[in-house]
Design a binder for this molecule. Structure first.
Ligand SMILES: Cc1cc2nc3c(=O)[nH]c(=O)nc-3n(C[C@H](O)[C@H](O)[C@H](O)COP(=O)(O)OP(=O)(O)OC[C@H]3O[C@@H](n4cnc5c(N)ncnc54)[C@H](O)[C@@H]3O)c2cc1C
Length: 500
């Protein structure tokens, strides 16, 4: 066995997963076909929930000073941020290659092996292991692992080799983008309708600007079409009347609204995550952000399965929880595409939507759908509005000595966390039986808070940041511990026999 888990692809999702698996104690090898990190910008930020997820692992600070978005929209229809109940606006202006660098450094520090110049060409699930055939600098070789995760992007070979369908709709729309220097132009952060299409422009690091164009009548680019800067500059001029032909292009690309989802996120010992599991029009900074959350949902569950403390079918909840989230993202991006990228015939709908988003509850609903703050997993019991939802990682607990600690700080190790606000009810004594998997904190919320009008007292937080038990009315603590963190007496970690 070469590793517990082979991850295919060192994009943001594969790298996040590698770090999560290491936190859970699993050995991991990442095979990446590119010899060098990719310098593409593509993603330029992440959603509010992805920012929280990075914060939970102590990674947000590694991005340096982060710039939070200031403008909210759904399908280009502006939402007044003052109407929002939480901070739904994500982080902007961090190029994807920088996100990948932060994640790769972190994964390597935790002991993940990231092998560049290695391409998956074949795989076989033998029932008790996975054999991956990988072409590398020294030719083709076989590598075995207990599990393999395809984080190899939209055209995932791992998904294909595992026989997992990728169903959805073909591209109907195309958008062109270019990153240029030598031009200053007014920012159009959420895009602007112009006669015949939609244009967007905003500043990047340094003196660069990203321009994006959609022409209502233009067919989507063919998959093998290599877009030129002249095409993009011509389209920009047709839409805006401005010429950027004399600018220096740094990167030119095209993308479409092709929308697909893997029918299964797990088949046997093979999983898919990130773009290998779902693709859609990049609107609302959702693709990378959702993929990173797939990784954080899968990582601890897979590590627990490998370390033999996972309760029955914990691993099955990866598909059970993340597939519906992916499906909902596909639906919201298709809805946004329809309103955003159609012509004047959509104006009445845009006007109606404009009226609707002025209603605070509608504004919050749409913003939460894109930010990912509305995700709620089935935690069995019901009663408390926060059960199954993410805990805001910026909530603070005051410890008995007066020291204050953020929930995010308590989650860096990707273990369960029990915050017990009562000294008498026996929660700490009960949870002590799981102390090898759960960190316990006894204290008081620094500021009393409520969710949906119900006060928040003691909480059990899963390693991915979701509330598995809560008082009042959030079920039995022991049931939640057993359901998500296994039996207090588990067979013990796998101990490798000493080398002869
Ligand atoms: C124009 C544009 C703008 C975007 N903006 C945003 C944004 O602002 N915010 C956001 O959240 N998302 C955004 N996205 C989406 C985001 O870029 C993707 O969702 C994200 O890159 C997916 O990450 P991933 O790790 O799943 O896949 P990828 O980033 O595609 O990484 C897959 C990796 O697998 C490797 N690989 C592929 N096949 C093999 C193989 N056989 N063997 C070994 N390695 C292999 C590839 O080389 C690659 O490094 C945008 C996308 C586009 C196109």
């Amino acid at each position: 066995m070469n590793a517990d888990v082979i991850v295919i692809g060192a994009g943001p999702v594969g790298l996040m997963l590698a770090g999560e698996l290491r936190l859970g104690g699993a050995d991991v090898i990442v095979f990446e076909q590119r010899e060098h990190p990719c310098g593409e910008t593509r993603g330029l930020g992440f959603t509010s929930r992805a920012a929280e997820v990075f914060d939970q692992r102590g990674l947000l600070a590694r991005f340096g000073e982060v710039e939070m978005g200031t403008q909210a929209h759904f399908a280009g229809i502006r939402i007044d941020p003052a109407l929002l109940d939480e901070h739904h606006l994500g982080v902007r202006s961090i190029p994807q290659h920088r996100i990948e660098k932060v994640l790769e450094d972190w994964a390597r520090e935790l002991g993940a092996s990231v092998m560049r110049g290695y391409t998956l060409t074949d795989l076989k699930d033998t029932g008790d292991r996975v054999v991956a055939v990988v072409d590398g600098p020294d030719g083709s070789g076989e590598h075995t692992a207990r599990y393999l995760v395809g984080c190899d992007g939209a055209r995932s070979r791992a998904r294909h080799l595992a026989g997992i369908d990728f169903t959805g709709t073909e591209a109907t729309r195309g958008m062109y983008l270019a990153e240029i220097v030598g031009k200053t132009m007014r920012p159009r952060y959420v895009g602007e309708r112009v006669p015949g299409g939609m244009v967007m422009s905003f500043p990047l690091e340094g003196a660069a600007v990203r321009i994006t164009i959609h022409e209502d009548v233009a067919p989507p680019p063919a998959p093998d079409h290599v877009v030129t800067f002249t095409e993009v500059a011509d389209a920009w001029q047709r839409m805006t009347g401005e010429s950027v032909h004399d600018a220096e292009p740094l990167w030119v690309s095209a993308f479409t609204d092709a929308t697909r989802q893997a029918s299964e996120y797990q088949r046997g010992r093979v999983f898919v995550a990130g773009d290998a599991g779902h693709i859609h029009l990049p609107v609302g900074s959702q693709g990378l952000s959702v993929g990173v959350q797939d990784a954080v949902n899968l990582g601890w569950k897979l590590a627990a399965t490998i370390k033999r403390w996972a309760p029955e079918d914990l691993i099955g909840t990866y598909h059970g929880e993340r597939h519906p989230v992916g499906a909902r993202v596909l639906r919201n991006t298709l809805a946004q595409r329809t309103i955003y990228l159609n012509g004047d015939e959509m104006d009445p709908l845009r006007a109606v939507m404009g009226e609707l988003v002025a209603i605070p509850s509608v504004a919050c609903h749409l913003a939460a759908m894109v930010s990912g703050l509305d995700i709620r997993y089935d935690m069995g019991a019901s009663g408390h509005p926060l059960l199954g939802k993410r805990i805001p990682p910026n909530k603070q607990v005051t410890l008995p000595g007066g020291h204050r600690v953020n929930i995010a700080e308590l989650m860096h190790k990707a273990r369960g966390v029990l915050v017990s606000t009562s000294h008498q009810d026996g929660t700490a004594q009960l949870a002590a039986r799981w102390s090898d998997r759960v960190d316990m904190v006894t204290g008081q919320w620094s500021q009393a808070w409520a969710s949906g009008g119900v006060p928040v007292e003691s909480v059990l937080i899963r390693p991915d940041g979701y509330v598995a038990w809560i008082t009042p009315d959030g079920g039995q603590l022991e049931d939640a511990l057993r359901r998500w963190l296994g039996s207090p007496q588990y067979p013990g970690p796998v101990v490798n026999p000493p080398r002869a």
